[in-house]
Write a protein that binds this ligand. Structure first.
Ligand code: AMP
Ligand code: GLY
Length: 420
């Protein structure tokens, strides 16, 4: 089979790495990919948002399966375009991706289907939102309705914070059209968990659980990021909790979307808060998490192509997964300033020595030129390992990191820590 991966981050490098282990695969392309992939895949210079060009490429190269990493192409309808041309693709249609691209849609959908989620109200008028804050209970959470690259979520301790969030999102238009509406929801405390499942429109194939570390700084301080690290399994998971998540969240979501003619084919990502009253959904994504995918795939023993191809063919019947009992960890090496402005172009050194310790290093924001490898983004590298215990996995990762250098390198030293 010939496979095309769309995207260029650590998540996509991990997908390429895992897919390259499949006996069914003869060739992998990545658009646009990154320098870490070059031994496993041929890089194609097409942006993930250029969906017509991607479909033209898949047609010319007779690609057997395309796998989409990031959310923007899904929001733009890449799957609809491929479906129209009879090209096989793993991902949801534009309509089904609304579970991620519109938080107000997702919240109303959950209310209708009795899927546990914090109580909420949707506002499209700033003054109505401000009126609501005079009588609301604090803390509460204000969220931009549309895609905001992991930003656009404000935890507000008091009325003034909420008013400032409305100002940013609706009046100043910091997130453009994504901020035309907001969701205001109840604040929940508990421990977060990521639950990802491959879906074929009807059936669900749960992946191993994971947890990511969203805050930029140690001790879960500082601004939210795309994720500074991850571990798998999630520390608080038990058989009962797994079954409860499948029964009260994942299965009703897939069934409810099908009922609304939005059959979900692709990766359903539930960002959960495990509260004293059980699991509740903070957000859905319509794609693989980054960096959760890195740790989950490190533990997958089965052929990922069987799973993704089975879902794309609406045939998840025959697929079974086999997982390492081991624990996986991932630490993101970022550039100082992330998730805000960063300076790029710094030389990266020490990767080979790190890898000789047995860690996997997935590339995210890297660029290659005649002189070698340099930084090209906020999240630069993902250092990952599996070991019998979390402590061993993290020790191996931090040993590996000690060999890697680039100017402005920052990372959290407390990945693996949890409040369990
Ligand atoms: P989201 O993009 O909606 O998952 O929000 C990003 C992060 O904000 C989550 O991972 C949580 O850490 C936090 N968050 C979002 N919604 C809530 C909530 N209702 N209660 C507490 N924390 C929240
Ligand atoms: N790590 C969170 C996400 O992929 O959205």
């Amino acid at each position: 089979m010939k496979i095309l991966i769309v995207g260029s981050g650590g998540r996509e490098h991990a997908l390429v790495w895992k897919i390259s282990q499949s006996k069914r695969v003869s060739k992998i392309f990545a658009a646009p990919g990154n320098p870490g992939m070059t031994q496993l895949a041929e890089l194609v210079d097409i942006k993930p948002t250029s969906i017509i060009e991607l479909a033209d490429f898949a047609q010319q190269e007779k690609i057997d399966l395309t796998v989409v990493g990031p959310e923007q192409p899904l929001a733009l309808g890449i799957v609809d375009e491929f479906n129209n041309r009879n090209l096989k693709i793993f991902g949801p249609t534009q309509k089904a991706a609304m579970i991620e691209t519109s938080k107000s849609f997702a919240k109303e959908f959950m209310r209708k289907n009795n899927i546990p989620t914090p109580a909420f109200k949707v506002f499209s008028s700033p003054s109505e939102a401000l009126d609501h804050f005079s009588e609301a209970q604090f803390p509460l959470v204000v969220k931009a309705d549309g895609l905001a690259a992991g930003k656009g979520v404000y935890i507000c301790k008091k009325k003034e914070d909420a008013a400032a969030a409305v100002n940013d999102i609706m009046l100043e238009g910091k997130y453009g059209k994504s901020g035309e509406r907001i969701v205001v929801e109840e604040f929940l405390s508990g421990q977060e968990m990521t639950f990802m499942a491959v879906c074929d429109g009807k059936r669900v194939f749960p992946l191993a659980t994971s947890m990511d570390y969203k805050k930029a700084l140690e001790g879960d301080k500082g601004p939210n990021t795309g994720g500074m690290g991850a571990i798998s399994p999630a520390p608080q998971i038990s058989r009962d909790l797994f079954d409860q998540i499948m029964k009260t969240i994942i299965q009703p979501t897939v069934a409810g979307l099908k009922f609304e003619n939005k059959e979900f084919k692709g990766l359903l990502y539930a960002g959960l808060m495990i509260t004293r009253d059980g699991p509740q959904v903070l957000e859905f994504n319509a794609r693989f998490g980054d960096p959760e995918t890195q740790v989950v795939l490190m533990r997958l023993k089965s052929d990922l192509v069987d799973i993704l191809d089975g879902a794309a063919d609406e045939n998840l019947f025959d697929v079974a997964a086999d997982w390492e009992e081991n624990v996986a960890g991932c630490v993101v090496l970022a550039t100082k300033g992330y998730p805000q402005k960063v300076v790029t172009g710094h030389r990266i050194q020490g990767l080979e020595r790190a890898k000789s310790l047995g860690v996997e290093v997935f590339h995210a924001g890297t660029a290659q030129d005649a002189e070698g490898l340099a930084t090209s983004g906020g999240r630069v590298l993902n250092v990952c390992a599996v070991a019998p215990t979390l402590k061993d996995a993290m020790a191996k990762i931090y040993d590996g990191i000690s060999f890697i250098t680039f100017e402005d390198m920052v990372f959290r030293r407390d990945i693996g820590w949890s409040r369990k």
